[in-house]
Design a protein around this ligand. Structure first.
Ligand SMILES: Cc1cc2nc3c(=O)[nH]c(=O)nc-3n(C[C@H](O)[C@H](O)[C@H](O)COP(=O)(O)OP(=O)(O)OC[C@H]3O[C@@H](n4cnc5c(N)ncnc54)[C@H](O)[C@@H]3O)c2cc1C
Length: 344
């Protein structure tokens, strides 16, 4: 007997999890197939949610548009799962000399004045003092915990099959998609950077970047976020994550040179008493215009994607999933439709 669903989602990272969870709330029957073998960028990510981002202290519209929805989505999950998934931490943003000038300039601009602190908060790490500004509106999602809670939730509801799907296993009919004993009206790819493995998306312009990240144990840790060109954030089991590197590299394994780059950043910040638990890496699925994509292909209308969250998936995916699930299968945010990604 065929199992019939409205939607089949491929990939259970933050994108697939949010979309499946929210479609379910709209009464849309959904099943997920997710690989137990392929790495999941969402587990590795720092889970930082901040308005001001990057070395240029910028305030991107994409973040402002989704920030509040993201925070309230995770706060709501705190009560659903009855465990803190998102937490607010004080954040020290260490500024080098050019960023100090930038900060002085931006402080006086109306757009930034609500978000940038007006005073410096000098900050010391083991007697090394840095010029820094302090933010109070930084949230950190416990990414490992959240993904595990979602996995357990979907398993309990019989909504998840752990399997690495291959393209030749899918059959596309005029009004549905079939795989083994599953038939669905729509299939939506939430496979992150693995989108490039599918010939369905071979014409998409992608500039994925790889990031390596350390998990470490600090002696005498304070639960706070510290940022320079890298960031340190509290994670699960009293560990901290320290990341991350950016490079164009298609390999899946972390690199020795990135390990040394991260360790020397820790040294420059003044950390001397820490032990490294592990190093992990993942690719950020990034389209040419650095915007995510959601919607169906014009060539095969039962095939959708929800992907391209680059380095901001924890901020943008929940709010976009909310928008899509409310109007499903239609879409309001037309500028994100995938046809824009086809290379001319
Ligand atoms: C080092 C690093 C740090 C980051 N830090 C942050 C941060 O602090 N804040 C933030 O907002 N974002 C951060 N990001 C970005 C964030 O991780 C991504 O935007 C987000 O995780 C993308 O989620 P996704 O669900 O699209 O992809 P993924 O999390 O990669 O999920 C894809 C899923 O698809 C599955 N899959 C792939 N192929 C198949 C197949 N053939 N069959 C079945 N399943 C398949 C994979 O196993 C995986 O589970 C960071 C990224 C990196 C690399």
């Amino acid at each position: 007997m065929k199992q019939k669903y409205d939607v089949l989602i491929i990939g259970q990272g933050i994108a697939g999890s949010c979309l499946a969870y929210l479609l379910l709330q709209q009464g849309i029957s959904t099943h997920i197939i997710s690989s137990p073998l392929k790495p999941n960028a969402s587990r590795i990510a720092g889970g930082l949610i901040q308005r001001i981002s990057g070395n240029f202290l910028s305030l991107p519209d994409l973040i402002q548009d989704h920030f509040d929805d993201a925070v309230s989505f995770y706060n709501n999950l705190n009560s659903v799962f009855k465990i803190p998934i998102i937490q607010n931490y004080p954040t020290f943003r260490i500024l080098d000399s050019s960023q100090l000038k930038l900060w002085e300039k931006k402080c006086s601009q109306k757009r930034y004045s609500a978000y940038l602190p007006l005073n410096l908060s000098p900050f010391s790490i083991n007697q090394k003092t840095h010029q820094a500004i302090k933010f109070n509106e930084t949230y950190v999602v416990n990414t490992e915990l959240l993904l595990t809670l979602f996995t357990n939730f979907f398993i309990k509801k019989n909504m998840l099959t752990l399997y690495t799907l291959q393209e030749h296993e899918l059959t596309f009919k005029k009004d549905r998609v079939e795989f083994n004993n599953i038939t669905a009206n729509y299939i939506i790819f939430c496979v992150g950077s693995f989108l490039k493995e599918w010939s369905l998306f071979k014409n998409f312009s992608m500039t994925n970047s790889k990031g390596d990240i350390l998990s470490l144990r600090l002696h005498n840790p304070e639960k706070q976020v510290i940022q320079s060109d890298k960031w340190l954030a509290p994670a699960e089991d009293n560990l901290f994550k320290f990341g991350s590197t950016y490079e164009q590299d298609s390999s899946l394994a972390p690199k020795k040179s990135n390990y040394y780059e991260l360790c020397s950043s820790l040294d420059r910040l003044g950390f001397c008493d820490y032990s490294i638990h592990n190093i992990a890496s993942a690719h950020r699925c990034t389209f040419y215009d650095y915007k995510p994509s959601m919607g169906f292909l014009s060539s095969i209308p039962q095939v959708g994607i929800f992907s391209g969250f680059s380095s901001k998936g924890y901020i943008t995916a929940p709010s976009l999933a909310q928008q899509w699930s409310r109007t499903f299968p239609g879409i309001k945010t037309k500028e994100l439709l995938p046809h824009r990604l086809n290379r001319r």
